[in-house]
Design a protein around this ligand. Structure first.
Ligand SMILES: Cc1cc2nc3c(=O)[nH]c(=O)nc-3n(C[C@H](O)[C@H](O)[C@H](O)COP(=O)(O)OP(=O)(O)OC[C@H]3O[C@@H](n4cnc5c(N)ncnc54)[C@H](O)[C@@H]3O)c2cc1C
Length: 500
């Protein structure tokens, strides 16, 4: 049954779905379970929760459930997220909102919190990914009859269910549907309504962020944190609009011409880590970019196409295709053509370990793999070449897909995202693409090769650039390591000094 839609005041009713109505009239606190949209500003889910609270003169709290290494997260992704949450908790405190950080999956830990607080409503972010949808289904069965559960799409400009009610074939089919609704949804955010009632309930336990981060990262340290990208809302806004190196303020012009040149990564926005963790709203990025359309129409249009159409198409795929990360999720023509070529001779076959360690005979591929492993972000153009080569160098497309997703999610700071599943599915299984001239191994799946890259950009320049990047990353790591040891040493000295 399609979930009912309620008309809230501040938020477009089409952005909200009632997953579970309440049997009672609301009186207890409203809890916003933040998951995918980890920010206080420009957040439709928080706005909706605040509106519900204001309507029933109830207090409002925010909860975050820290799952154990969600989708195999490593220190790289967990550190970025937790440091972002630490600054978010300060912003929420300034707004008078208590922040409950729970350890465990939402479906296990939220019901008890809601009962203890006597909550009347739970407002949840939207995510198309399977585990999150399973938590929500379980929550609907586990929370009391008096608690309503609402879901808000705070991540997409046009809410997923408003843009389309079915699996879209390609950007061509979803684009007009999204564009038609932009006037309605791509609007400025209202102010957060003032709190009707201050929080007077259970105080959230104090969070020892340093210890928490140390503990969580310790068991996931195989893939270390990155140093070039500061987490949090402020840093995200700086990346978008900053006076020093902001994408819209300083770099927008070259987006149209240079975004496919891996030697010019600054031509890209660099926003994907912030968008993935919800430190910035895509809608804010779109609103600000649109203001610059007169001066840079081609760049703005190209950026909005990626930010809105392609990104929301990825959510559409993951929501409406249950097999979004397996060969089963490919269209019939693509599965057939891949199977027709399953026995084709491969020039090279590499194991997962050889690929992970960048031990192939292709220096360009190795450079892109190392860029991802060491910096946490492979250039967007190289991601396509990288995944397609994995198809060429493994025995079966299922294996290629699983290796590509494994590496992408392990090393990319923006990994474990619908864009990543769809990026791998596009490259290996032709999702959202069309059939091309048939050739060995690939069948009709679009082909990319080294010679094509050579024609497009300075391949040797990119290989040297990555080498230099890795050198800088290693140096930064060893400097940080030395200063951490020095800080620990001086702490010990101070401690001893105080003791004596
Ligand atoms: C094999 C493969 C794996 C990928 N893995 C990921 C991933 O794990 N996480 C991820 O966010 N993106 C992924 N992408 C999509 C794309 O490469 C990245 O979003 C982009 O490189 C991020 O850099 P940027 O923010 O500077 O991009 P920009 O070009 O500045 O784009 C702005 C935003 O638009 C969205 N966007 C851009 N390109 C795409 C696209 N092709 N599909 C959907 N949305 C897009 C992203 O949210 C991006 O942050 C993958 C693509 C491929 C081919």
């Amino acid at each position: 049954m399609a979930p009912a839609v309620i008309p809230p005041a501040a938020v477009h009713p089409g952005r909200v779905r009632v997953l579970k109505p309440s049997a009672a009239s609301p009186s207890g606190p409203v809890v916003y379970w933040m998951f995918r949209d980890q920010r206080a500003a420009d957040n439709w889910a928080l706005l909706h929760a605040a509106t519900l609270a204001a309507r029933s003169a109830a207090p409002l709290a925010v909860a975050f459930c820290l799952s154990h290494r969600f989708l195999g997260a490593h220190a790289r992704q967990l550190g970025f997220m937790l440091r972002g949450l630490r600054s978010l908790s300060r912003r929420l405190a300034d707004l008078g909102l208590p922040f409950f950080l729970l350890r465990g999956d939402a479906s296990n830990v939220l019901p008890a919190l809601l009962t203890r607080l006597g909550a009347s409503a739970l407002v949840a972010d939207f995510s198309p990914l399977r585990p999150v949808r399973e938590w929500k289904d379980a929550l609907c069965g586990r929370v009391g009859a008096d608690v309503a559960i609402h879901e808000v799409d705070a991540h997409n400009v046009v809410p997923l269910w408003g843009a389309s009610d079915k699996l879209e074939y390609s950007a061509r089919t979803i684009r007009p549907k999204i564009h038609r609704l932009l006037a309605e949804y791509l609007v400025e955010f209202p102010q957060l309504p003032p709190l009707a009632v201050p929080w007077a309930g259970e105080a959230p336990p104090e969070i020892d962020w340093e210890n928490l981060i140390d503990e969580v990262l310790r068991e996931a340290e195989e893939v270390p944190e990155i140093g070039w990208c500061e987490p949090g809302e402020e840093a995200a806004m700086e990346a978008l609009m900053g006076s020093k190196d902001g994408f819209l303020t300083k770099r927008l012009k070259s987006y149209e011409s240079d975004r496919n040149d891996p030697l010019k990564p600054k031509a890209l926005s660099g926003l994907s880590p912030y968008l993935h963790f919800g430190h910035i709203s895509a809608q804010r990025c779109a609103l600000e970019a649109r203001k610059l359309r007169n001066s840079c129409p081609k760049s703005v249009d190209a950026f909005l196409e990626e930010l809105i159409v392609r990104r929301e198409l990825a959510d559409n795929f993951c929501y409406y295709q249950p097999h979004y990360d397996s060969l089963q999720g490919a269209w019939e023509w693509a599965r057939k053509t891949l199977m027709d070529h399953i026995a084709d001779k491969r020039d090279h076959i590499y194991t997962k370990e050889q690929l992970e360690n960048a031990k192939t005979a292709d220096p360009l591929w190795n450079a892109s793999q190392l860029e991802m492993v060491h910096t946490g972000k492979m250039h967007g153009f190289m991601r396509m070449y990288w995944a397609k080569k994995i198809l060429e160098w493994t025995s079966r497309p299922e294996e290629a897909l699983s290796v590509a997703i494994y590496l992408n999610d392990k090393y990319e700071i923006d990994g474990r995202d619908p864009n990543g599943y769809v990026g791998c599915m596009w490259s290996i299984c032709g999702v959202h693409d069309q059939g091309w001239k048939e050739r060995p191994v690939f069948g009709k799946i679009r082909y990319m090769n080294y010679a094509g890259c050579r024609r497009k950009f300075d391949v040797d320049g990119y290989i040297s650039y990555v080498k230099k990047l890795i050198g800088e990353t290693k140096k930064r790591k060893s400097d940080t390591h030395s200063s951490t040891i020095a800080a620990k040493h001086s702490k010990t000295m101070n401690f001893r000094g105080r003791q004596t």
